[in-house]
Structures are given as structure tokens and as C-alpha cells.
Design a protein around this ligand. Structure first.
Ligand code: MG
Length: 472
């Protein structure tokens, strides 16, 4: 073979080989399922972000996330307090089905012996089954004993606190409510856990938002070559409030604003890490909260904006949350969606997008929001159930919400459950603040909602007597 032909022959092989490698690499990257990051705030109100109308809390990173993605205006957690809400997010099931719903004690405490039942399938378990790496960072609150911790529920690693940051106060402390409000008083003996071992006690909460963030971004970098799921569940802005020294005096909204602005910084760090690692276009990031603002704590609690009441009750302020999803190139930028969505839908949507299995041996309450995210269709969810413990308090159907029972969130009001027959009825799309009861004008709507309740009760599966969280 003449030398020139030999050179071109070799060149052709080299070029063909490199093309083959490029095609193979492209195939691999398009075949790879998306990564998921769920950022979950604690007790953040509907009105606490600047992109949801707060006038003095600055959240530029969340605002940018919304501008580049989708912002929901009618998105719900599945409960108005921590434990049941988190269980619903991770199982796609109403707390009344997944064993994390209790009338007696509405959340798990440090002396609770129970936790999320082993037979529940968490999002991390569903994803790890198909090869995802999964890391949990932050507040867990689904059982603090080793058999209930994230590492027993599909996560490869965990770094965070096992229950709320105000629990486990040092016994014998004489300080009362006034001290409880003081973030400098470190008598919350909350442990910080890595996997299953306590590594710090009490957890230094002044740096906890920053440290969760560093752990999550480090996990993303070290797992960038495989599909991953990051659950970043901030323990803020649940009281007592803490922020890093860099955020002291950061916000015109005071301490609470400082805390939100540090969470906003954290969101910016996560998104920037994804951009730097070239993962942005293959990662779906969610941001939302477990329940509404804890209003009894005055200016240490947030705001539900124009929604009524807050954490602990089934008025809109207790369960409707800010919710933003980001996936550049797939979610059309700048979308504002008025579709009804729920944290339970995150479970179904992620498992579906990943090509995983949504369990079919039990009732799943989450629906697939992919058409809403991609702007290709409307949502599959037309209703929401509002539970308090095991009691169905209210039902939303389309724009309508019927309250069969109402009850205050905390204090003396929390013991007063009022039954309504006929139910109170509000048109949430005309009256998001639930001020004008229009039950008398719409008996047909009430009848329809009663039928929905009857159908719901037919497949509730588990009798209420079995639904107490096992204690001690
Ligand atoms: Mg909470």
C-alpha cells in the first residue's frame, strides 16, 4: 500500500473509531435517566419567597430557579405537620395509608419507638433498585432508631438530624418560652448523625444549613458519573432559628429572613454545582416545604401570604406551599402553573421519569406531573385530601374546597374540632383566603365531593385503629 493511502487508511480508522466512541457516548448520555434533587424546607410559608410575593425577604437564587423552570401556585404538602408530610413525600401515599399518621401525637418525638414501616417503598428504594445512588442530608423525622433511618430506607448515606431541631431539650433547664425563642441558648440536645452514628451532640445549628449544603454538593460531585437522587431536607426555618455568621443581619426581614436567605444561598450552591459538572440538563430539581408557617412563634414564624392560617391546620396556609421545579432544556423557562400538584406527585413523577416501577400492589396517591413540567399537557390531579391525623377534615375538588371539620392549629384552639354539615365551601380560585362560604349556593358541588369521599373511603385499605404511630 502506498504511504499516502496507508496514512489515509489509518486516518479513516482513527476517525471512524472516534466517531463510534462519540456516538456511543451520546447514546450513553441520552439513555441515562435524569438525576433528581429534592430540596425540602421545614415550616416555610407560601408567602416567604420573593418570587411568591414577600416584600423584604430576598431569594434571588430561588427566583432564578423559577425563572428558568416552573413555579406552581396550587401545590400541596400532604399534611400540615412534619412526620406525616415527609412520609407522604417519600412514599407517594397519604399518611393515613403509610402508617405515619397519628391523632394522639401528630409527629414522632425522641421517645417514640416507631418509624416508617419497612414495607413502605420510599422514593430512594424505588430509585436505588434501578441503579441510582441516593443521599439524604438534613432532617429525617421518620424514626430515629437505626432500622428507621435513611440508610434503612434506600439511601446510601445520611448526614443530618433525626427529628425536629426543637426536640430533645436538655432536661431540667429552667428556661421557659422566652428562652425557647433565643437562638443563643443551646439546650436543644439534638444529635447530628452520619449514616447511623451520632457524630455531634448537640448539633451546632448555627452552621447546619451550610454543612447540609456542602454534604449535598459533595455527593453530587462524587456521583456525577451515575444517576443519583439527593434529598436535601433543611431543618430550617423550623424554630429555633439559626443561621451562619455570614448571614447575620443579611435580611431586612430580621432573623427569619436571614434563615430563608441562607436556604436561598444553598439552593444557588446546588444549582451552580449542577451547572459546573455539566449535569444541569439531566437533573430535575424540586424545591418545596413540608408544611406552612408556624404562626404562634410571632416573627420567628413565616407567612402564608394571602392564605389562611398556617402549620398544624387544614386551612390553605397549613398545606399549600411554594413549589418550584427546574430542569433546563426540558421544563420551559418561566412557566407559572396553576395546576394542582402535591408532594406525593414528586414520588410518582421521579419514578416514572427514571424508568422505575411505581408500586402496583398498594394505593399510590401521587400522579405523574411530567406533562405539566414539560408543558405538553394538563395535570392528572383534580383533588386533594386534607387530613389531620386520621381524620379527613377537608377535600379540594377542582377550584372547590369543602371543610367537613375545622380545628385550630395549636394552643387551646387545637382541642376544638368543629363539625360542619353541610360543609363549609370555598371557591379557592376566586377566594384563596377562604373568607366567603358559598355552600348554600352549590349543593351540587357538595354532593359531588361527598361522592369523592365515599369512593376514597372504599379503598382506604387500613382501618384507623391500626394507624397509631407505635410509641416506646
Ligand atoms: Mg415542618
Amino acid at each position: 500500500m502506498p504511504f499516502a493511502r496507508y496514512v489515509s487508511f489509518v486516518l479513516a480508522i482513527v476517525i471512524a473509531g472516534s466517531c463510534a466512541r462519540t456516538v456511543a457516548a451520546d447514546d450513553a448520555s441520552t439513555a441515562r435517566p435524569p438525576n433528581f434533587v429534592v430540596i425540602f424546607a421545614d415550616d416555610l410559608g407560601y408567602g416567604d419567597l420573593s418570587c411568591y410575593g414577600h416584600p423584604t425577604i430576598a431569594t434571588p437564587h430561588l427566583d432564578r430557579m423559577a425563572a428558568e423552570g416552573i413555579r406552581f401556585t396550587q401545590f400541596y404538602s400532604a399534611a400540615s405537620v412534619c412526620t406525616p408530610s415527609r412520609a407522604a413525600l417519600l412514599t407517594g401515599r397519604l399518611p393515613v395509608r403509610n402508617g405515619m399518621s397519628s391523632d394522639r401525637r401528630r409527629v414522632l418525638f425522641p421517645n417514640s419507638g416507631g418509624g416508617i414501616p419497612a414495607e413502605e417503598v420510599t422514593l430512594a428504594e424505588g430509585l436505588s433498585e434501578i441503579g441510582y445512588a441516593a443521599g439524604a442530608f438534613g432532617k429525617w423525622h421518620l424514626g430515629h432508631l437505626p432500622q428507621f433511618l435513611p440508610t434503612s430506607n434506600g439511601f446510601d448515606t445520611y448526614f443530618g438530624i433525626p427529628y425536629s431541631n426543637d426536640m430533645d431539650r436538655v432536661s431540667g433547664d429552667p428556661k421557659g418560652r422566652a428562652a425557647f425563642w433565643d437562638p443563643k441558648v443551646e439546650y436543644w440536645n439534638v444529635p447530628l448523625i452520619r449514616d447511623t452514628e451520632i457524630v455531634e451532640r448537640p448539633a451546632d445549628q448555627t452552621t447546619i444549613t451550610r454543612r447540609y449544603t456542602e454534604e449535598a454538593t459533595s455527593f453530587i460531585r462524587s456521583h456525577k458519573s451515575e444517576p443519583f437522587f439527593v434529598y436535601l431536607a433543611h431543618s430550617m426555618p423550623h424554630v429555633p432559628l439559626f443561621r451562619s455568621p455570614e448571614f447575620e443581619g443579611h435580611s431586612r426581614r430580621g432573623l427569619y429572613g436571614d434563615v430563608i436567605e441562607e436556604i436561598d444561598w444553598s439552593v444557588g450552591q446546588v444549582l451552580q454545582t449542577l451547572r459546573e459538572e455539566g449535569l444541569a440538563e439531566n437533573t430535575l430539581v424540586w424545591f418545596t416545604s413540608d408544611n406552612g408557617p408556624w404562626l404562634i412563634f410571632g416573627d420567628h414564624g413565616g407567612s402564608a401570604g394571602l392564605l389562611k392560617d398556617g402549620k398544624g391546620c387544614t386551612w390553605e396556609g397549613g398545606m399549600r406551599e411554594p413549589a418550584i421545579a427546574w430542569w433546563p432544556g426540558t421544563i420551559p423557562a418561566g412557566t407559572v402553573s396553576m395546576e394542582i400538584g402535591s408532594t406525593m406527585d414528586i414520588f410518582t413523577t421521579c419514578l416514572t421519569l427514571a424508568g422505575g416501577t411505581v408500586p402496583d400492589d398498594r394505593v399510590i396517591d401521587g400522579v405523574d406531573l411530567t406533562p405539566v413540567l414539560k408543558g405538553t399537557g394538563s395535570g392528572a390531579r383534580d383533588h386533594m385530601f386534607y387530613y389531620r391525623g386520621t381524620e379527613l377534615m377537608a377535600v379540594r375538588f377542582g377550584p372547590w374546597k369543602a371543610h367537613f371539620h375545622t380545628q385550630g392549629a395549636y394552643g387551646a384552639d387545637a382541642r376544638k374540632r368543629v363539625a360542619h354539615d353541610p360543609p363549609l365551601l370555598f371557591n379557592l380560585e376566586h377566594d384563596p383566603s377562604e373568607k366567603q362560604n358559598v355552600a348554600g349556593d352549590h349543593p351540587d358541588v357538595i354532593e359531588k365531593i361527598r361522592q369523592i369521599v365515599a369512593r376514597h373511603r372504599e379503598n382506604l385499605e387500613v382501618p384507623p385503629s391500626q394507624l397509631e404511630i407505635p410509641l416506646n
